[in-house]
Design a protein around this ligand. Sequence first.
Ligand code: ATP
Length: 264
Amino acid sequence: MNETNDRTAIAVHNVTRRFQRTGGGEVIAADNMSLTIPRGEFVCLVGPSGCGKTTMLQMIAGLLAPSEGEIEVDGRKVTGPGPDRGVVFQKDSVFPWMTVIQNIEYGLKCRGVPAAERRALARRYLAHVGLEGLEESWPRELSGGMLKRVAIATVFANGSRVLLLDEPFGALDYVTKHQLYDVLLSLWSEDEQHRTVVFVTHDIDEALLLADRVLVFKAGHIAADLSIDSPRPRNTESLLQPAVVAHKRTMLEHIGLRPSGGTA
Ligand SMILES: Nc1ncnc2c1ncn2[C@@H]1O[C@H](COP(=O)(O)OP(=O)(O)OP(=O)(O)O)[C@@H](O)[C@H]1O
């Protein structure tokens, strides 16, 4: 799990993260964790609330420093956020004071990409997420699902090789979520060398539909590391395949629910 080589996108080396609780006491959100994620892998982090998924994602993003240990992305130690990593959160991933096209272009503009080039890239990704014609719209005019499409177009247009998504579809309805799975997977599989995706979710079926690999977190540890070999493209029928059902059972057991439906 912890061997690195030149195909490694993300390497987490013996990372511990502690938080001081207001009023006293300490929480260990990551407890001497090590893991490697190869380039191009789509990894979902699942696990019960408070097990450390967001903490790990934020440390990889460089938004939070480990208390001990270190993280490397493409062989470079993470010391803060950088354009090599694109982040989408459940909320607030789109700037409300910029139009749709300005949002998508913003990161490219910051990196000095010439106006014509960044406009062409932004239009291409906007079309890919199905929002052609909404270039000049304001975020307040869009639905939650459309805003997620803008956020996805933005991280892909920015060209980051590592995408870090924290429950990006958590607040959306069932149909919109499934449409966005298709959008995300079609952009991800568009590149010959897929981008590396780390995707935090509470939703086990979502993880089984999206991931190459699922890491089940439990109290700051990795309780299970599952390869999801089900062929792509996947749909809700894929969730009924025996190997997928077996993975689901393992995940439910680790998060404290018996497959029979009773709590452990
Ligand atoms: N800034 C902070 N200050 C104090 N404790 C924190 C802080 N951030 C996280 N924690 C604690 O660290 C632990 C892990 O939190 P984290 O948000 O990583 O869990 P999670 O698995 O993402 O949870 P959820 O699924 O509910 O989002 C929790 O006990 C949480 O209370």
